[in-house]
Unconditional design. Structure first.
Length: 144
């Protein structure tokens, strides 16, 4: 078996099997389909989703259950069918973070969760239409 060619993106070494494919792209970035998920212990609980096709595009993400354990987005089977989920343990859930210099004003897009099937290397951003979540929810609680 031939050795896989290693590549580097933002200081990360990867091979083609590490790439996560977003068949429909990400809303607003539909032309970009191939991404790397970078989990660095130094930045936990945050992860980066880097575009392989455009090195200037990257998304900061976090698991919403870490700060909103009641988060339960309603998604239809048809919305997630193309992720080819065979085992729930292979599915990772994230929301995209918008940073603000005042970290207490940073927000997350709870209306557009990002799902990644880590086994099949498929990803998708789902746009929820149930109105329970917004695209700019504060991540940090208000100080009292």
């Amino acid at each position: 078996m031939p050795e896989l060619q290693k590549k580097v993106l933002h200081g990360l070494e990867y091979t083609d099997p590490d790439i996560i494919r977003f068949e429909s792209g990400i809303p607003g970035f539909e032309g970009l389909r191939n991404f790397l998920l970078a989990m660095n212990p130094e930045f936990e609980p945050f992860v980066w989703l880097y575009s392989v096709e455009n090195v200037q595009i990257r998304f900061l993400m976090v698991n919403p259950l870490l700060f909103r354990p009641d988060y339960a987005p309603k998604m239809g089977k048809e919305q997630i069918a193309d992720l080819k989920i065979q085992n729930q343990d292979d599915l990772m859930l994230f929301v995209i973070v918008t940073l603000n210099p005042n970290h207490r004003l940073s927000t997350v897009n709870m209306a557009g969760p990002v799902l990644v099937n880590i086994k099949s290397k498929l990803g998708k951003q789902i746009i929820l239409d149930d109105g329970r979540y917004s695209i700019r929810e504060k991540m940090m609680p208000e100080e009292t």
